[in-house]
Write a protein that binds this ligand. Structure first.
Ligand code: FAD
Ligand code: NA7
Length: 461
């Protein structure tokens, strides 16, 4: 059987943290001298890293493809790095010294890249290549993938035994309509197109939504000098102890000119509106019968172990859940998916898989608090870890850190990023950043690593 494996072909869509985890999982086996199938990863951007590969662009890219990135300048990790650490490649391995718990985007990008650069992964990836369409043939039991090589404007197709969808789900905006917004005079945009708070300095801005994007973009704007930040919630306010200058109000009912009216009868004028209203799971390259259809939640339906498409498990989805855990969760998923594709992890029949999915869905429907959510995702990852040889890590400790993080935010949203945590992989205690987050206006890797007082050591940029 193992002999046949080398003739199998695996297609991976996307070279973000999830797609790279899949490649790494196979590379880990190969390093042990095992024969692995042929792997091809398609990435529509010119580099890897997914969301962490920052783009200044909005709208479409140089080849006319929708821009994937939703990240912005001055983005710092919104959770402790100790909660996402790869258990086979620690922060110590990469940086060689303790760093703080909430690094900025370029530092996390460097870390993601550091692990994958240690392997031959790059040669498996075709950059500037968009997956245009996928079909599955029942007779041959193979996927045909239609691709656009963007650089030379050429369409071609390839055939695969397994297909891994790792295309992310925080890229296509969910953009609601509010009556009268077409008459608003200022900028109306979605968080997906937010590239930095600079343009909102001295402005009164309205953010619609009450989750991570609203919280962090609101904070960024406050930190970088917006005159006022108003967050408008649909279901529940975020409820932090906000500083003067940030406030929460109920949902907008309508706009009249530059004035927004809210459910509580209040109204206010704004210079700009940012919709922090979440994202759609969008797979324009998948036909109806292969497409995952879900909203953002902790256990998308129809995925066995949160990974295998139940109607056709050769179709694998990575990273499709809402995320408390990120990189290490993608790893545990990718390791299990690998073992299935290597024919070492046998799936039960479809009906049995359905029962398992239902069990998780049922529990998901009972979750009430953020702590419940953390426990749920922790148990999900424990379930996966037990099924593969991904290096174990102390999940109970990570769960405790996630709860502490939630409390830190509640206590003081302006200082939570100054807290430090202990690695469960190495036991290292994070270092303190040389500058408080609120006073740190430079998010470059050089400044972060070399420090304020050693400016002369910073390589020229
Ligand atoms: P992505 O990173 O989205 O990568 C998907 C890749 O697929 C992209 O490279 C894309 O170009 C490619 N792709 C998509 N469609 C196609 C196609 N048709 N053909 C070819 N390639 C395709 N997580 C944290 O842990 N900490 C944070 O602080 C944090 N902050 C975030 C802030 C923002 C604003 C956002 C949007 C997300 C944040 N996240 C954060 C979550 C982040 O999404 C994950 O960390 C991680 O990037 C998800 O990895 P992924 O590989 O599943 O998806
Ligand atoms: P989320 O976490 O999916 O949250 C979406 C938010 O948008 C949530 O508060 C929703 O309110 C709100 N929403 C959605 N539709 C509407 C409408 N029609 N009107 C008003 N409010 C609406 O997305 P985020 O962008 O915050 O976070 C995604 C990732 O980006 C995350 O992983 C971060 O790391 C960064 P609800 O509470 O459902 O009423």
């Amino acid at each position: 059987n193992t002999e046949n494996l080398q003739y199998k072909r695996i297609g991976i869509i996307g070279a973000g943290p999830s797609g790279l985890a899949q490649i790494r999982a196979f590379e880990a086996l190969k390093a042990k001298g095992e024969i692995i199938p042929e792997i091809v990863c398609f990435e529509k951007q010119s580099n890897w890293g997914g969301m962490w590969n920052y783009s200044w662009r909005t709208g479409v890219g140089k080849y006319g493809e929708p821009i994937h990135g939703s990240m912005y300048k001055y983005l710092w990790s919104n959770g402790p790095k100790e909660c996402l650490e790869f258990s086979d490649y620690s922060f110590d391995d990469h940086f060689g010294k303790p760093i703080s718990s909430y690094p900025p985007r370029p530092v996390l990008f460097d870390y993601i890249e550091g692990r994958i650069k240690k392997s031959n992964a790059r040669k498996f990836i075709r950059f500037d290549t968009t997956v245009r369409w996928v079909s599955y043939d029942e007779d041959s039991q193979k996927f045909t993938v239609i691709l656009d090589d963007l650089k030379i404007n050429k369409t071609y197709s390839e055939v695969f035994d397994y297909l891994v969808v790792a295309s992310g789900h925080f890229s296509t905006p969910n953009m609601p309509y509010f009556k009268g917004i077409e008459g608003f005079g200022g900028n109306v945009m979605h968080a997906h197109d937010f590239r930095g708070a600079d343009q909102f300095r001295d402005r009164d801005i309205l953010l619609i939504g009450s989750s991570y994007s609203a919280e962090d973009i609101g904070l960024q704007c406050y930190k970088h000098g917006s005159k006022s930040v108003t967050l408008s919630y649909r279901s529940n306010p975020i409820g932090h102890n906000w500083p003067d200058g940030i406030k929460e109000v109920p949902l907008v009912t309508h706009f009249e000119g530059d004035t927004a009216y809210f459910k509580d009868g209040s109204s206010e004028d704004f210079d700009a509106v940012i919709m922090c209203t979440g994202y759609q799971h969008k797979f324009p390259f998948l036909p109806d019968e292969l497409r995952l259809k879900t909203r953002n939640n902790l256990y998308p339906d129809n995925l066995y172990k949160g990974v295998f498409f139940n109607a056709l498990p050769q179709l694998i989805y990575l990273g499709m859940q809402d995320q408390y855990y990120t990189f290490n969760m993608f790893d545990t998923q990718a390791w299990l998916a690998r073992d299935y594709m290597m024919e070492r992890f046998e799936l039960p029949g479809e009906a049995e898989r359905r029962l398992d999915i239902d069990k998780w869905l049922e529990r998901n429907s009972t979750l009430k608090t953020s702590f419940d959510n953390v426990d749920f995702q922790t148990d999900y990852i424990k379930d996966l870890l037990a099924l593969s040889d991904y290096p174990h890590f102390n999940l109970d400790k990570v769960a405790a850190m996630l709860k502490e993080w939630l409390q830190d935010k509640e206590e003081n949203i302006l200082t939570y990023r100054d807290k430090t945590y202990q690695s469960v992989v190495t036991g290292t205690m994070a270092g303190e950043h040389h500058t408080d987050w609120m006073n740190e206006l430079d998010d470059s890797k050089e400044r972060y690593l070399y420090g304020a007082e050693e400016e002369e050591l910073i390589p020229e940029r």
